[in-house]
Design a protein around this ligand. Sequence first.
Ligand SMILES: Nc1ncnc2c1ncn2[C@@H]1O[C@H](COP(=O)(O)OP(=O)(O)OP(=O)(O)O)[C@@H](O)[C@H]1O
Length: 240
Amino acid sequence: MTNKIISINNLKKKYGKQVVLNDVSFEVNTGQIVGLIGPSGAGKSTIIKLTLGMEKADSGNSEVFNTHMPNRKVLNKMGYMAQSDALYSSLTARENLTFFAKMREINKDSIASEIERVSEIVDLTQHLDKKIENFSGGMKRRLSLAIAFLGSPQLLILDEPTVGIDPALRKQIGVELGKLRDNGCSILVTTHVMDEAELTDRVVLLIDGNIIADDTPANLKTQYQVDSIENVFMKAEGDM
Ligand SMILES: Nc1ncnc2c1ncn2[C@@H]1O[C@H](COP(=O)(O)OP(=O)(O)OP(=O)(O)O)[C@@H](O)[C@H]1O
């Protein structure tokens, strides 16, 4: 049986006269990596903000763990990485991680080892005691990702997690997401890097606020008779 972890139902959203989301529906099920893929301005971040209850939809609704958002308890049991880093710049990386670990109600005795574990995944172990104001953009993205991984949540929502991260580490992060998924974690990840879409279980293709495809990477390539998600995207965009 598949369990709906995120359920997005007929979301519509306008900013002024601009229609940003036009009747968007899709689901994220247990133990799935779903890639929400689309060009800049397609509405990916808006979907995430509406899903988490950070902004209000004009109509439609969304549920996370069968709960209407925003909901503090649900937020505490998931890892969320926003598109812009929300870090305390005058604190060190370790202090930031400690702060967020406490917010997530991670057992006091396991905080230190949890910080070591997540820092290793994003290759920041050497920099834990540096202040964030001295971090590069890529290091800040990596720290935000490490924060999302704290406590091995059952759900991760990652908005463009790999921007500014070099290819070797991007690959490592892809492997880590695969491991988390294999352990039952559900992951919704946005990207406009098409080769990252190949690593997902399902691709939701968003163009101009419309979902134009929702299927496995393999099925999409067969359906569009192409050999990469990038080419699926090009063909789908051309058909519009
Ligand atoms: N608060 C806002 N007020 C007005 N317009 C907004 C607001 N937030 C988003 N938009 C507009 O909505 C559209 C979709 O934005 P959104 O950030 O969801 O796109 P995206 O697919 O995440 O793009 P990117 O990949 O560049 O982050 C854009 O045209 C953007 O300018």
